[in-house]
Design a protein around this ligand. Structure first.
Ligand code: AMP
Length: 251
């Protein structure tokens, strides 16, 4: 069984985000970019499944500009067997990514797709659900534990929901999106980073996949969130209640 893992290149989680002066988006030039943390977890899970003998190949895919190949090289250095870059300079919203993934699924025929539950740049939390919908595959989102039964072709997914933990049984092929507590991703070792530099990354375009990139969405303006006001220390419970009632108007 093959596993397809979607890796998004995003602004590194430790970078302080700056909005462009013309308010058209977030500044990305001269900013450190990295693999989306939830995608690292997705790749780690796929590698563990392959290492336990339940999958034969892990294919990493990233969509976007040329620099996505850096993210894919990190994926190869972590242990992915192959990498596919869907090259596009267009803004890729979740529905476009989901359509491209569906087109790749038709070529690669994986038994499982693993994605991050959300990308930390757009926080959409949509792509996994959309690709499952387009493929009509079962989905286990926000997975905190995944168990595969190769005989029965079933994935058991434990997921974190508001009320606690929910356990789902998914018939393969299926789509899984990863939550933070699923695993601790490995670091790529230096020898593996060096080896990954010479690996071939397959490049395809949306046109070759017969996917038209278009969107009904338009970003009108991007603004910094309002600055938080400094807090105050109150001297009594009465003063706190008074402030909540008369200043914050929440009581
Ligand atoms: P989102 O729905 O945008 O929050 O993204 C959820 C997940 O979809 C990410 O963690 C990735 O696994 C996948 N994904 C989204 N955009 C891309 C992209 N451009 N390339 C590869 N994977 C992506």
């Amino acid at each position: 069984m093959k596993i397809l893992v979607a890796l998004k290149r995003v602004v590194d989680y430790a970078v302080k985000i700056r909005v462009k002066s013309d308010k058209t988006g977030v500044e990305t030039s001269n900013v450190k970019m990295s693999m989306n943390p939830f995608c690292e977890i997705a790749l780690e899970e796929a590698l563990r499944i392959r290492e336990s003998g339940l999958a034969s190949e892990v294919i990493a895919v990233s969509m976007g500009p040329t620099q996505c190949t850096e993210t894919l090289r990190t994926g190869l250095a972590m242990g992915a067997d192959r990498a596919v870059h869907v090259a596009s300079d267009a803004v890729l919203y979740p529905l476009s990514v989901a359509k491209l993934l569906k087109a790749l699924v038709e070529i690669e025929k994986p038994g499982l797709i693993i994605l991050g539950k959300q990308a930390i740049d757009d926080d959409c939390n949509q792509t996994g659900q959309m690709v499952a919908g387009l493929l009509r595959w079962p989905q286990g989102t926000f997975a905190s534990k995944v168990l595969l039964d190769k005989e029965k072709q079933v994935a058991t997914v434990e997921r974190e929901v508001d009320g606690g933990l929910e356990t789902l049984s998914l018939d393969l092929p299926a789509v899984i999106t990863t939550d933070l507590r699923l695993n601790q991703p490995r670091y790529a070792t230096l020898p593996n980073i060096m080896k990954a530099k010479s690996k071939v990354i397959k490049k395809v375009t949306p046109e070759e996949l017969n996917v038209e990139i278009k969107s009904d969405l338009e970003v009108v303006e991007v603004n910094e969130p309002p600055k938080r006001k400094a807090g105050v220390i109150v001297s009594s419970v009465d003063e706190l209640i008074d402030k909540l009632k008369n200043e914050a108007h929440v009581l």
